[in-house]
Ligand binder design. Sequence first.
Ligand SMILES: [Zn+2]
Ligand SMILES: [Zn+2]
Length: 171
Amino acid sequence: MSNSLLINAAELLRRPGSERRFTLEPTIAELGIVDSRFEPDTAVVIDLRLESLTDGIVVDGQLRAPWAGACRRCLAAAVGEVVCDVDELYQHVVTASDAFEIVGDQIDLARMVRENVLLDAPLAPLCRPDCAGLCPTCGIDLNTAACDCVSTVADPRWDALSQLKANLPEQ
Ligand SMILES: [Zn+2]
Ligand SMILES: [Zn+2]
């Protein structure tokens, strides 16, 4: 089981101010992501730019990964794509609190990608932004059907009752 995604940065580190762009498409499993929202064999598109500084390497760009889950309102299948813009720092000697470590002359993208993708994945997904959900009383899917439960609130009988109360003489 391989949980690392190593990039050789020796050349970048030799020449501060130089940069390199690349695209990688490892699978969720190769990145060591174990999460029900992501299929293990789905590719994560990693599109990054590496730029060397005197004390590290800036890694910025975009990560994209499709997710799938159950809608929090109606429980139907919900799918989407995590798209996260990243701007991270790798250092030989980690001085910045949120920097990742350069080991040897290699940077390991796996942990950085894992953390960003999981952070951006929806905790409570929706099948669509305006999903009507299930009726809390009878459980019918209000996206495809209607029920009488909701109208109970505006039941004319209650109007009659409140009318009656209003007409009662004060004691
Ligand atoms: Zn829904
Ligand atoms: Zn109902």
